[in-house]
Write a protein that binds this ligand. Structure first.
Ligand code: ZN
Length: 299
């Protein structure tokens, strides 16, 4: 009898050994790779959920792990997805002057033209983190033509879909990336996570997503000033005040605002925000992948 024989048990032990070795081998590769990649973002890793802070991401573009040419065998599954989704590694230029970056999430919308008109009148460049499932994507052509940065926010902006897995995040990101290119003939280089880089929806996987996006050459930006324009029924006056009260002498400001149908108060507040910051000695610029990112972290 083969079953129950010494030979049978010997073979059984071999099979168990092979399964065990390949399982732990894969696990080890995964751990080593994510540690290597997260070396660049170690200051983003969460320790305590309660103390959300913002800080400059110490990103060493030149030393970033380059696994684009790694052989397929040693890659984590999702690393081989969307082979066109790569950008040259960013090179950060540190600036010493007082500088304000206006950013508008969730457009294009019925407000985009109004925002563009104000920026044009004030001769200021800004950054638009767009949702490509929105209607009137054709507006991006004007955003581009007037010299603003168009950046990735999301295609669907549906938290329960995009934060389900790294694969789902990549698929949504890739759609957004290609749709922006289709409208503007320019590949976006930077992005902002829907809900910010660390939020209650991506708790289990944000480190892995950050590592993967940095590996692919995409830099992301959170903010250190919120206009609070997500608060329902907020007034233009309160929006201006929340900016004024949070400047606190910071040299670099990344200001979060929204470009969406109901953000009429944001549009109303915009000229006053610009006037105030100019009086405080700030110049305005748009984000790109040479700007030192401000990212959320935990103390
Ligand atoms: Zn958003």
């Amino acid at each position: 009898m083969y079953f129950g024989s010494v030979r049978f048990f010997k073979h059984l032990i071999y099979i168990c050994l092979i399964i065990g070795v390949s399982f732990f081998g894969t696990l080890l590769i995964k751990l080593v790779q994510s540690n290597l990649l997260l070396g660049n973002t170690s200051n983003v890793i969460a320790a305590e959920e309660s103390d959300l802070e913002v800080q400059a991401l110490e990103f060493e573009g030149a030393e970033a792990e380059d696994t684009t040419g790694a052989d397929a065998e040693s890659m984590i599954g999702y690393q081989s997805l969307h082979p066109d989704l790569y950008h040259e590694q960013p090179v950060i230029t540190k600036r010493r002057d007082k500088i304000a970056y206006l950013t508008f999430d969730d457009g294009p919308s019925a407000r985009t033209i109004e925002i563009l008109d104000i920026l044009k009148e004030k001769n200021i460049k800004a950054t638009f983190f767009v949702i490509t499932e929105n209607k009137n994507l054709a507006l991006l052509e004007r955003v581009q033509a007037e010299g603003h940065t168009i950046a990735i926010h999301s295609n669907s902006h549906k938290f329960n879909q995009i934060y389900r897995s790294v694969e789902d995040f990549l698929a949504d990101f890739h759609t957004c990336y290609t749709r922006i290119y289709r409208e503007t003939s320019v590949y976006p280089q930077i992005f902002r996570f829907p809900g910010g880089s660390i939020n209650s929806h991506n708790r289990g996987i944000y480190e892995e997503i950050i590592a993967e996006m940095l590996r692919r050459g995409f830099l992301f930006f959170d903010w250190n000033i919120s206009t609070q324009d997500s608060v329902p029924a907020i007034s233009a006056h309160t929006i201006v005040e929340s900016v004024k009260n949070n400047v606190k002498g910071q040299r670099q400001l990344i200001i979060l605002g929204h470009d969406a149908l109901d953000k009429t108060e944001t549009v109303k507040a915009l000229p006053e925000i610009i006037r105030f910051l100019q009086e405080e000695g700030y110049t305005f610029d748009k984000l790109d992948n040479s700007v030192q990112p401000i990212v959320f972290t935990y103390e």
